[in-house]
Ligand binder design. Structure first.
Ligand SMILES: *Cc1c(COP(=O)(O)O)cnc(C)c1O
Length: 399
């Protein structure tokens, strides 16, 4: 038996002295300048910067409209409202996602229906969605998990056939492409999030892109209490008059957020390129390691690499994922797990969802670890992750 380097979990020296998080924002002087300028201006909210930011995102993804929200979850809620999801409607989505992807259906009184994932791509597919469609199905909420697009062509065709609305949760996929088309220009409505770990940040923030004028109007009203001032929609012509015609929320983005977003967009392509470059370096470093499965990438897609996830060949390791996770944390590598299948959360269990519902998602969940990946990482950070993964995996490898 070859002598093994002692891992930090058992008293060895950690690969790093300082903790490396799995994701983090990149804020520079330009961003700070943009925000302080807005603080000195007339509008902190409902000002002109919002529509500048919206136009900029719409043009980046190639969509007709974009509507900004206080966060991505609010944006998903608004999209579900615009899609007309109501009491007892079924909404098909992925279990391999953040809870917001299906919570938004619950907000409308709808019922999330979880389609299983493909064990290679970790995305839901037309094959796993199809058997779940019935007379109650109203919409499909796709998730471009890690930044890798779902099979939009098949899913959009199926949705059209059954008259379903497709809402893309593309919180991971800003800058990704599918068969040469930008994510954000394919589904009926697409959501992006600007949380600090996402591709660009506004602190908190989210947006819906759409080509539909009808959805656009509903989104605009929903984020502002359901109030309209559109003279086409109200009879009274007094200049002060407005009407609340439906129940909405205050889900507005501030100009402070939008100004940061506008400044961040200038760096977006650089951020995406860096993520792709780092993912490629991880792929090369882990190539040939029998204990690890690196992320599968579809040839006709270009992922935006929000997350880099390795999957463990547990039969080639002496311990389970949780032990490997703890060992990497002790090396000061901020690994993470994305995600606990949504319906396994206690709240969903109370709603009656049962373990075993999506066997592929549950199996994949037991075997995945998210490695740090963000544009601000240095080459040294990247090398530390690679060193730690190799050290921990070889320590636990079956002889
Ligand atoms: C981040 C995220 C959201 C929610 O976005 P917030 O802006 O944090 O509300 C929704 N879905 C997925 C898959 C996400 O990663």
């Amino acid at each position: 038996m070859k002598k093994k380097e002692s891992i930090a979990l058992y008293g060895g020296t950690p690969v790093r002295n300082s903790y490396l998080p799995y994701g983090k924002q990149w804020i520079d002087e330009e961003d700070i300048h943009a925000v302080t300028n807005i603080l000195k201006s007339d509008f902190l909210t409902t000002g002109p910067t919002i529509s500048q930011f919206e136009k900029s995102i719409a043009s980046f993804v190639g969509a007709k409209h974009a509507v900004a929200f206080s966060n991505g979850t609010a944006a998903l809620h608004a999209a579900c409202n615009a899609a007309g999801i109501s009491e007892n409607d079924e909404v098909i989505t992925s279990p391999m996602t953040f809870a917001a992807s299906s919570n938004c259906a619950l907000y409308m009184g709808g019922r999330p229906i979880f389609a299983d994932i493909n064990p290679q791509t970790y995305n839901i597919t037309s094959e796993t969605i199809k058997p779940l469609i019935n007379g109650k199905t109203k919409a499909i909420i796709t998730v471009d998990f890690t930044g890798q697009p779902v099979e939009y062509e098949e899913i959009m065709a199926m949705a059209e056939e059954h008259e379903l609305v497709v809402i893309a949760d593309a919180a991971h996929a800003l800058g990704a492409t599918y068969k040469g088309e930008n994510i954000g220009s394919i589904a009926d409505m697409t959501m992006f999030s600007f949380h600090p770990v996402k591709h660009i940040t506004t602190g908190e923030g989210g947006i819906i892109t759409t080509d539909s004028d009808k959805y656009y109007e509903r989104l605009i009203e929903f984020r502002n209490h359901g109030i309209t001032r559109d003279p086409m929609k109200i009879n009274k012509k007094d200049p002060w008059y407005y009407e609340m015609q439906a129940l909405g929320f205050n889900y507005r983005m501030t100009d402070i957020q939008a100004s940061l977003g506008l400044s961040q967009i200038r760096k977006l392509q650089k951020f995406i390129d860096l993520r792709r470059d780092y993912a490629q370096k991880y792929n090369e470093a882990f190539e040939g390691m029998a204990e690890i499965i690196t992320p599968f990438q579809k040839e006709d897609c270009n992922s935006s690499w929000h997350l880099y996830i390795i999957r463990l060949h547990l039969s080639k390791l002496r311990v389970n994922r949780d032990e490997i996770f703890r060992a990497l944390q002790k090396e000061n590598i901020g690994v993470n797990v994305h995600y606990i299948p949504v319906y396994l959360h206690p709240y969903y269990q109370l709603l009656g969802y049962k373990e075993g519902l999506c066997p592929q998602a549950e199996k994949v969940y037991q075997e995945i670890i998210t490695l740090p990946l963000f544009p601000k990482m240095s080459d040294q950070d990247l090398n530390d992750v690679i060193t730690a993964v190799k050290k921990v995996i070889s320590y636990y490898a079956v002889e």
